[in-house]
Design a protein around this ligand. Structure first.
Ligand SMILES: [Cu+2]
Length: 300
């Protein structure tokens, strides 16, 4: 009896933990991970909204129920069928009904998961009419971006480390290590962006968790994805396909700004170069960020 109670408590705790993992409090982090974060980063796009729904409303409850059921069955076996409680074991070897049940029920569960899962995949893979197109190319070990609707806007995006990171932190004290790049991809808010993704050497993979899609960059092939950033701010991701020695050092940084600020960035980038346009933009965004006040207070 005591054992049964203890196991009941354990099951309750596991259930609580599983459900707790889905709460937004613990799943904090918009655009970048946070310490002790459980679950996904916050969503900033329609695809990620749907990923959250699929995970939180379908996968997590199902997994929790299955884990609890298996736990209960194990406890029943331990309590009722140990050598002491059950000295003369039954010689039953088959039970057709139970065998049918444990085959059919998992199949039904998989079907229940498959329907919303395919719906989500279809949503992600169907590229809507886009407002703009950016070509993304993976290289060992940096990313290149080409704005297809603009002439002369193309640049490489490399990790900032060492002195370069220190220099960036003078204008943007919150710039994270191993995620900040020299030239971020700059995007307007609430616009559908089509990404055409390829690579120049080996396979890489482009993703920003808060936007949702993760798409392989394959040499000799153009892959497509779409994002629609719905929040302004800075969003980070990393190459997600093991691509060699520098795989951990080719992060992705996107800056989402208002349409007016984006137009101004485009104009400045075309006239004075991407470096100058980015410096101005990063400085402006850093000045508005609440993290800047914190970082400045910490450095004193
Ligand atoms: Cu890579």
């Amino acid at each position: 009896m005591r054992l049964r109670m203890a196991c009941g408590l354990l099951a309750g705790a596991a259930l609580g933990l599983a459900i707790g993992g889905a709460t937004p409090v613990l799943a904090a982090g918009l655009g970048q991970p946070q310490e002790w974060q459980l679950g996904f980063q916050q969503s900033a796009s329609p695809i990620m909204d749907n990923v959250h729904v699929f995970h939180d409303r379908i996968m997590l409850p199902l997994i929790t129920l299955i884990v609890a059921l298996v736990l209960v069955l194990l406890v029943v076996v331990m309590v009722r069928f140990n050598a002491k409680a059950n000295p003369v074991p039954s010689k039953t070897t088959h039970n057709t009904l139970i065998e049918v049940i444990w085959t059919v029920v998992p199949v039904l569960i998989l079907v229940i998961i498959a329907i919303p899962s395919f719906r989500l995949l279809y949503f992600e893979r169907t590229i809507p009419d886009a407002d703009m197109t950016v070509k993304v190319a993976g290289n060992q070990w940096y990313w290149s971006y080409e704005y297809q609707d603009q002439q002369n806007i193309s640049f490489d995006s490399l990790l900032l480390d060492g002195d370069a990171l220190q220099t960036r932190r003078q204008i943007d004290p919150a710039a994270p290590r191993l995620l900040s790049v020299d030239n971020p991809i700059v995007l307007p808010i609430n616009k559908t962006v089509r990404l055409i993704v390829t690579a120049n050497d080996v396979i890489h993979s482009w993703t920003i968790p808060s936007f949702g899609p993760k798409i392989d960059a394959i040499p000799g092939r153009l892959n497509e994805a779409w994002i629609k950033p719905e929040k302004e701010g800075v969003f980070y991701g990393q190459c997600s396909e093991l691509c060699g020695q520098g795989h951990a050092y080719m992060p992705i940084e996107a800056r989402v700004v208002s349409q007016e600020r984006y137009d101004a960035w485009l104009k400045q980038a075309a006239a004075e170069g991407v470096d100058k346009a980015n410096a101005a933009l990063i400085q402006e965004m850093a000045a508005k960020s609440p993290q800047v006040a914190d970082a400045q207070a910490n450095s004193k």
